[in-house]
Design a protein around this ligand. Structure first.
Ligand code: FES
Ligand code: FES
Length: 145
């Protein structure tokens, strides 16, 4: 059976099997910015946008996505053309490991779409679900501001 949704701007008809999560599907599809961390909704490494909201892909079953819009970091920027948030992360020295950074960027993108000029408290709230095991939060917050 297939479910149809928009993935990074393209209409996608995805074959699903019972219990297949969006995280598993995205990684099997080669979208490796979406990281497999806790698989339990606790670390934020798998954060994507679903209809402009930051969501943990590990908690979303693929078959529930009919008619929705899913975006991963791959759709925001590329090596040749970085997204504004990626540029700010580089400028602030906030690029950390490849495990936590993509999820942080997606969480902040969701915030910016809702509020283009967030304050520190809102930025910290937006990043609250994105864990860095090295406790590196100061520079990402600075970059976002
Ligand atoms: S892997 Fe999804 S929240 Fe940790
Ligand atoms: S720098 Fe990525 S988990 Fe700490």
């Amino acid at each position: 059976m297939k479910v149809k949704f928009k993935l990074n701007g393209k209409t996608t008809a995805a074959e699903f099997r019972p219990g297949l999560t969006l995280l598993e599907y995205l990684r099997e599809s080669g979208l490796k910015s979406v990281k497999y961390g806790c698989d339990n909704g606790e670390c934020g490494a798998c954060t994507v946008l679903i209809d402009n909201q930051a969501q943990n892909a590990c908690l979303v079953l693929l078959h529930t996505l009919g008619g929705k819009t899913v975006e991963t970091l791959e759709s925001l920027g590329s090596h040749d053309r970085l997204h504004r948030l990626q540029e700010k992360f580089i400028a602030a020295g906030a690029i950390q490991c490849g495990y936590c950074t993509p999820g942080m960027l997606m969480a902040l993108e969701a915030l910016n779409r809702e509020n283009p000029a967030p304050g520190e408290e809102q930025v910290r709230d937006a990043l609250a679900g994105n864990l860095c095991r090295c406790t590196g939060y100061v520079k990402p917050v600075e970059a976002a501001l």
